[in-house]
Structures are given as C-alpha cells and as structure tokens.
Design a protein. Structure first.
Length: 274
C-alpha cells in the first residue's frame, strides 16, 4: 500500500511560500473560446480561492471571453499543457492545486469538496469521478468505464480535475513537458499516496467522442494507455520525473524560484483582465 509522501523539499531549487488560500484552480487554454466562458461562469468567486488561466497563445476569442471575469488571473506561457500548468502552479497561492481542463465544469459542490480536502492533513492527491456531456447513453457508458479505471487501477485522467497538495506537487517536480503529462503525474503520485476518488462527478465535454467516433476514440485512449505503461515498464524514457526534477524534456523554460517570498505571477508576464 502506498504511503503518504515523506519527500523533503528540494531546497536547492525552491523555498515554498506558506499558502495563503485554500484552493488554486489552474486552467490551461489554447483556442478554447467556445467553452471557456461557460466553465468560468460556473465557478463562483470566493475569498479562499483563486482562478488562474494560463494561455498558450490562443488566436481565437479565449482571452476576450476571459475578460468578462475581473477576478480571474490571466497568465501567458509558451504552448504545452504541462508547461502551462506548471506556470500556473508557480504563480499560485493555494494549499490545494486543482488542474481544470477548459471544457470541464466545477460547481459550488465541487468547491465544497476541495475546501474539505484543504483542511484534511491526510489528503495528498485525488481526482473527481467523471460524467461526460451531453448525457447520451454511449457517453454514460464511456464515463462508467473511466470511473471503473479510476477506482480499480487508480489512473484518473486530466479531465477529472487532478487535485494535489501543494508541497507534494512541487516535491515531485511538477508536470513533465511531454505528453501524457496527466498520466505521468498520476503514476508518480501513486508512489507516495493513494489517490482519492472524489465526488460529486465533474461534467466534462464529450466532444472528442462525438467528433471522432465513440469506438475509435475509446480504442485510441486504451492503446495509448497500454503503450505508455509498456514504455514505463520496459524502458527508461520516463525515469526523469517532472519538469523541475530533470524530466521536463528539451526546451524547459519554467524555473523554480529560490526566494522565500511568493513566486511572481509567471516568468513570461501576467495580466489581470477586466
């Protein structure tokens, strides 16, 4: 049975500031103008949470849609979901880092769960059960399979809002810059804690299955999972960890701060819109 993380802070790379909020919601975006406004509208602002959107160079109306939410922090980063989420984590102040896909919806009920986790010293990492929208029979079956995979194998995906205690996330070096960054982090988390399955389920868009086909998309996902697990078992390609522990891959540009003060909004500049 995995044990709670006993990792020590990598003092040579970062001095973590004391978190001043319960929750940091970090949303990577790239041309998500069609969905991001609805996602942001479902998250009520509160004094104990922050919402950080990290854009990877959108050319559509993503940033314009974000401008309707004055409490939102908007950062810019080179493209790449893992890199963007690392930039958001560096700028965050929350005890729990919740990584939210642009087409997945959080509600007040999910925030209540996250708040309870922030005050639970035994919680280290987890992810929500999944519900795919619209609630078509085929998508319900696919979501059931995803939730079964999560419970039996402990392998949630990024669309289930991976939520990690701040210190553990940084001790593991953050996300890798390679895909699948979400699955890689989950597997590294498993070495130090048992991921909790959180409720209520989060509603995520089933657009990939609707656009690319139910069978083809599901088959591709399982083949990709099998290939990735085989790579980890048979090769050393995934032995490096996250970006800040040497596993970021070539072109790593997001650097940890070595100051006891909170990190700056982003190495690439920030903008508070509104």
């Amino acid at each position: 049975m995995p044990k709670n993380s006993k990792l020590e802070t990598r003092k040579s790379k970062i001095a973590l500031p004391r978190p001043s909020l319960h929750i940091s919601i970090i949303i990577p975006t790239l041309n998500e103008g069609g969905v991001i406004r609805e996602t942001l509208a479902g998250i009520p602002p509160a004094p104990d949470l922050e919402i950080i959107l990290v854009d990877g160079g959108s050319t559509d109306n993503t940033l314009e849609a974000a401008s309707h939410f004055p409490y939102l922090r908007v950062l810019r980063s080179p493209r790449g979901r893992g890199r963007q989420m690392n930039v958001g984590a560096l700028a965050s102040r929350g005890e729990i880092l919740a990584f939210l896909h642009a087409d997945t919806h959080l509600t007040p009920a999910h925030l209540t769960t996250l708040r309870s986790l922030a005050s639970d010293p035994g919680f280290m990492a987890g992810a929500f059960e999944l519900a795919l929208m619209p609630p078509l029979p085929a998508l319900r079956l696919i979501a059931w399979g995803a939730n079964l995979r999560t419970r039996l194998l402990g392998l949630p995906y990024g669309d289930q809002v991976l939520s990690v205690r701040r210190r553990l996330f940084f001790n593991l070096g953050g996300f890798t810059l390679r895909r699948p960054e979400d699955l890689d982090l989950v597997i590294r988390l498993q070495r130090h804690t048992r991921l909790r399955v959180l409720t209520p389920p989060v509603a995520s868009s089933g657009r990939r299955w609707l656009e690319q086909g139910y069978f083809a998309t599901t088959l591709k996902n399982w083949l990709f999972l099998t290939y990735h697990l085989a790579q980890r078992t048979l090769t050393k390609k995934w032995s490096g960890g996250g970006e800040w522990s040497g596993g970021g891959g070539q072109g790593s540009q997001t650097h940890l701060q070595s100051s006891p003060t909170p990190p700056p909004p982003t190495p690439y500049g920030s903008k508070k819109v509104g």
